[in-house]
Design a protein around this ligand. Structure first.
Ligand SMILES: N[C@@H](CCC(=O)N[C@@H](CS)C(=O)NCC(=O)O)C(=O)O
Length: 236
């Protein structure tokens, strides 16, 4: 979401306030039933890496990504890969310990072990090797937007200033940015309306979004004579 604020093109947000608000038809948009999802011109893009590269390449001139074929482009994709596969997924033991064990007591032990062990090590890597200065690449990119979103989850788990000082400095620097503060306010449910200045046009309700998006996606798939992954399957 932060990367969309930085891009500045018109967008609406759809939030799932409560998992019980689920809509079975959402799986027609993302068979993994996960967020985030970017719906653009009747097409669906899922996976943080897929979405961020799309937004980033729209915003190369704004500094959100780098031109394909450059060393910086490869480096930023590498960073997004690390953030997506290592860092993001390492929170699973904290947010969803039930996928590892049914017993609540064991779940609490899993969470504790992950926070003190594996997750700590991965954040340490980000702190020591990923953050060269106060941002990933001397200017805020879509990678920084992703890292910032995950750093929001770290705040309640760690004393960032003493344990991961580079992450703490990174957050402090980004929080001076008006778009970052807006994105946080939206995330906390404190900002509902957009004034369109930075592209934000407010919210769209979940069920009506799913209904319209499914209709448009199916029409688009029919036009092209393909479903998701058809071409990939044919190639593979
Ligand atoms: N590989 C996906 C992971 C996305 C992900 O883990 N999303 C979580 C929220 S942070 C989710 O939707 N969880 C619900 C579920 O898995 O049912 C990506 O990078 O976008």
């Amino acid at each position: 979401m932060l990367s969309l604020f930085w891009l500045g093109k018109p967008f609406k947000l759809c939030r799932i306030e409560d998992e019980n608000d689920g809509d079975a038809d959402y799986a027609k948009l993302n068979a993994l039933d996960q967020v985030p999802l970017l719906f653009i011109d009747g097409d669906v893009i899922t996976e943080n890496g897929g979405i961020l590269n799309h937004i980033g390449l729209e915003g190369v001139e704004r500094g959100l990504h780098f031109k394909p074929g450059t060393r910086e482009y490869d480096q930023l994709n590498r960073a997004i890969g690390f953030i997506s596969s290592d860092l993001h997924k390492s929170f699973a033991g904290v947010w969803m310990p039930e996928i590892f064990h049914d017993d609540k007591k064991v779940q609490a032990q899993i969470k504790d072990k992950v926070v003190k062990g594996h997750l700590h090590d991965v954040i340490q890597h980000a702190n020591d090797h990923l953050l060269r200065s106060i941002t990933l690449y001397d200017r805020p990119t879509v990678g920084d937007a992703y890292l910032f979103a995950l750093s929001q989850w770290m705040v309640d788990l760690y004393d960032l200033k003493s344990e991961f000082p580079n992450i703490a400095r990174f957050r402090e620097a980004l929080l001076k940015d008006e778009s970052v503060r807006k994105a946080v306010a939206v995330d906390e449910g404190k900002l509902k309306e957009g004034d369109g200045r930075d592209g934000f046009l407010g919210h769209v309700e979940f069920k009506s979004f799913v209904k319209e998006a499914v209709t448009r996606k199916e029409a688009r798939d029919r036009e092209r004579g393909e479903g998701e992954f058809t071409r990939l399957k044919a190639a593979g």
